[in-house]
Design a protein around this ligand. Sequence first.
Ligand code: TRP
Length: 447
Amino acid sequence: MEIKTRGNWSSQIGFVAAAAGSAIGLGNIWRFPYIVGRYGGAAFVLVYLAIIIFIGVPIMNSELLIGRKSERNAVGAFKVLAPGTPWFIVGAMGILAGFIILSYYSVVAGWAVAYIFKSGLYMAAGAEHANIFVGHITSTATPVIWHAIFMLMCIGIVAAGIEKGIEKYSKILMPMLVLILLVLIVRSVTLPGAGKGLAFYLKPDFSKLSAEGILAALGQAFFTLSLGMGCMIVYGSYLRKKEDIPINSYYIAGADTLIAFLAGFAIFPAVFAFGLEPGAGPGLTFITLPAVFAAMGPVGHFFGILFFFLLTIAALTSAISLLEVVSAYFIDEAKWNRKKAVWIMGIIIFLLGVPSSLGQGVWSGVKIIGGRDILDSLDFLANNALLPLGGFLLCIFIGWFWGTTKAIEEANIGAKSIKLGTTYSFLIKYVIPIAIFIVFLSSVGVF
Ligand code: TRP
């Protein structure tokens, strides 16, 4: 009876904190602002919000309920719910996506770790931050070492196991991150010239919206909520029946969206005030925020160190969820012990990440998907293809194979305030799969 030996979340807040910890990470503070900047600002933000509500939340519900029902990892869940069918391939695809995402996620997280220790650079003037940042990521050995250090931290936590590891680290530090973002926002919006940034972020110009932008919004929604690869299936598998899935899906999505939104408020006013480029790409956060800290005077040092420390923790609580998904598969299905699974996977993922890091410097000539460097190509492949495809197939599975009746029944066990019903069913069967299908087709130029 391996079901009995499966760890459970020690409390309600433990689960919400861990799931929110998975969702809130680099996706909110590093990826959201640069994607918004790249795809034109406010109009993109609106599309993104609609996707969170109508696609993200129902899929969050779906992954959690599938996890709780099956009490298995991403692959095992499909084997339990649909024995003898090829549906488990959806889970396998998710695990592949997990490998890819964590490999470069850890590289970017390594940038954040390095920035804790580079506090001196916050005092440099405006555009100089760009040079410092580029100088750091284009060097060969140092970013790889920070990437290794970050992966080791993940391995240490995940190897310790679900309760001792994940919960402990998720509870206290996220509220601190919100506080420091609020401080940053106050400084950022009071900079001379900040208004243009606010307009960029808040005044929609729909002519800037492209099909590729809508696909990017979809990918960002999946990425930021940790959806489309079975991560929330694994987290749901540790969830007790008395716990409320529908309301928690809203809490998690709400907290995640709030933090991304705050990050945008901290970044865009400053981008315009300092004459930086909103479409600058993956370096945006790392270039802009240090300039904001510098503009705070001597206390900027302190806030800078604290901020990058908290960002590292946020990245860590997300990264451990990725490593957990990959490892849970080998623990449950291949019957490896936890330590072995976590160490082997962690090392493979580290190695896989090295080219992404080198791709910023010595290998910057290597372009894969549409002129993108290695990191950006892997990110594109995972977020704009694998995750939405995973979400699409999950909807087909629940809507047309396993049945929304069973899904609704499972989700509503323990549901107190909101219950899933016909709206959920309609979204899962029709709206979401059709929407994802159309976005895919239009972004490859079919219409
Ligand atoms: N959501 C996390 C972030 O925003 C990243 C993440 C963790 C993730 N687990 C995931 C993304 C699973 C996709 C799938 O930083």
